[in-house]
Design a protein around this ligand. Structure first.
Ligand code: FES
Ligand SMILES: [Fe+2]
Length: 378
C-alpha cells in the first residue's frame, strides 16, 4: 500500500477523557478530504461492519455484497456451510463480480467469464489451459474476515483485526437480554432510513444516532411514544446502548397494542458504523450501516427484521422510515452545512450530572474513538 502522509489530528480545544472539559471534534474532521482519506485506512478498512442478517445467507451459494468506502466485498455461503468473504474484484482485470444479493452456483465474472468456486478458488479461465505457465492458484479471490454476532453477519477487511466477539464481548447477550427473539428473526428485508443517502458526513449521522438530547424538540412524536424521563444511555468500550423503558401505546408516532411483546425501545451503536434498533409493538429489530459514499454522503441502510413479515406500510414502519428517518436526515444535512461555516469549529457535549439518556456522553465516546483511531494510524 502506498505511503500516506499522516493527517493532522490537532484539536485546538481539549477532547479528552473528561467529558465535562471536552469540546466536540473540530469541524474540519467532517469536511476535510484528507481526514476522510485517513479514516479509510484508520477506521473503515480496519473495523467490523454489518453485512446483513444470516437469513440472506441460508443456502449454499447465497451471497450478499457490501460497499465499504471505496472497497466492495461480498460474503457467500459454501457447500460446506462456511461463510466466506472476499473482495468483490476479479483477479483477471478487476471487474466487479457480484451485485446486490442472490444465489449462484459459481461466481462468474461478467467481463471475460472467469469463474470462481464458493471458496474463492479460480475454477475456470478460458484459454489458460493453453498457457503452461499459468497457475490458477495464484488467482484466487482475496479474502476478508467474516464473523457472526448471533444472527448478524459482519465483515472486516483487515486480516489482522481482532475478532468481533473479543471487541464487543458480552454485546450479543446484552441484545438477547432486551430482545429475547434475537436469534429467531426469520425475515430479512432491505430498508433505508432517511432516504437513499443522507447528505452529511458519516460522523454527523453517527453523532445524531448516539444521543437523544435532540428528541424532545426535533422528534415530537418520538417524545410522545417514549417517556423520556427514564431514558438511559449506557456507554461500553466499543458500543453504546440507549433504552426507553416506558412506551405509551396511545401516542402521536404510531399506536401499538398494549398487549404487544415489546413495550420499550432499545438502540445499540457498535463502533464504527452499525446501528441497531428495536421499537415497541410486535417483536422486531432493525440493523443498519452508516457507511460513507463520499465525505458528505452517508447511507443508512440495512435489514428490517420481524418474526412475521411486517408490511412496508405498517404504521410503525411508516413512522420509522417516513417520519423519523426524514426528520433525522434533515437535522444531519443542516449540521453538515453549518460545519462548513467559518463561524463554527468545536461545540460542547451537554451532560446530565447522572449521565441520563438525555445527555451527549455517547457523542463524546464516539468522538474519542475517532480521534484515537486517527492518532493510532500511520
Ligand atoms: S476481468 Fe474478470 S474475467 Fe476478465
Ligand atoms: Fe433523531
Amino acid at each position: 500500500m502506498a505511503a500516506r502522509a499522516k493527517v493532522d489530528t490537532h484539536v485546538p480545544q481539549p477532547l479528552n477523557d473528561n467529558v465535562q472539559a471536552s469540546y466536540t471534534l473540530p469541524a474540519r474532521f467532517y469536511t476535510d478530504t484528507s481526514v476522510f482519506e485517513d479514516e479509510k485506512d484508520a477506521i473503515f478498512y480496519r473495523c467490523w461492519h454489518y453485512l446483513g442478517h444470516e437469513s440472506w445467507l441460508r443456502n449454499p451459494g447465497d451471497y450478499k455484497t457490501l460497499q465499504i468506502a471505496d472497497e466492495r466485498v461480498f460474503v457467500i455461503l459454501g457447500d460446506d456451510d462456511e461463510l466466506r468473504g472476499f473482495y468483490n474484484v476479479c483477479r483477471h482485470r478487476a471487474h466487479q463480480l457480484l451485485q446486490g444479493s442472490g444465489n449462484t452456483r459459481r461466481i462468474v465474472c461478467p467481463y471475460h467469464a472467469w469463474s470462481y468456486a464458493h471458496d474463492g478458488s479460480l475454477q475456470h479461465a478460458r484459454n489458460t489451459d493453453k498457457m503452461p505457465a499459468f497457475d490458477k492458484t495464484q488467482f484466487c479471490l482475496v479474502p476478508v474476515q467474516v464473523e457472526a454476532l448471533g444472527p448478524l453477519v459482519f465483515v472486516n477487511l483487515d486480516p489482522d483485526a481482532p475478532s468481533l466477539s473479543s471487541q464487543v464481548a458480552g454485546l450479543a447477550d446484552d441484545i438477547r437480554r432486551y430482545i429475547p427473539d434475537f436469534d429467531r428473526f426469520e425475515v430479512a428485508e432491505e430498508a433505508s432510513f432517511g432516504g437513499n443517502y443522507i447528505g452529511a458526513n458519516w460522523k454527523v449521522v453517527v453523532d445524531n444516532f448516539v444521543e437523544c438530547y435532540h428528541c424532545p424538540n426535533a422528534h415530537p412524536a418520538f417524545a410522545d411514544l417514549f417517556d423520556l424521563s427514564p431514558y438511559e444511555l449506557v456507554v461500553g468500550d466499543l458500543w453504546s446502548r440507549q433504552h426507553g423503558p416506558i412506551a405509551n401505546p396511545d401516542n402521536a408516532a404510531y399506536p401499538f397494542d398494549a398487549s404487544s411483546d415489546v413495550k420499550q425501545g432499545v438502540f445499540w451503536y457498535i463502533w464504527p458504523t452499525t446501528a441497531i434498533a428495536s421499537l415497541p409493538g410486535e417483536s422486531n429489530l432493525q440493523v443498519f450501516n452508516m457507511l460513507p459514499m463520499g465525505i458528505d454522503r452517508t447511507t443508512f441502510q440495512g435489514d428490517w427484521l420481524s418474526m412475521q413479515h411486517e408490511s412496508p406500510d405498517s404504521p410503525r414502519r411508516h413512522y420509522f422510515m417516513d417520519v423519523l428517518g426524514p426528520e433525522d436526515a434533515a437535522l444531519c444535512e443542516s449540521v453538515q452545512l453549518g460545519l462548513q461555516s467559518r463561524s463554527y469549529n468545536q461545540g460542547k457535549f451537554i451532560i446530565d450530572p447522572d449521565d441520563s439518556g438525555s445527555g451527549e456522553h455517547g457523542v463524546h465516546h464516539f468522538h474519542r474513538l475517532v480521534l484515537e483511531a486517527l492518532d493510532e494510524d500511520g
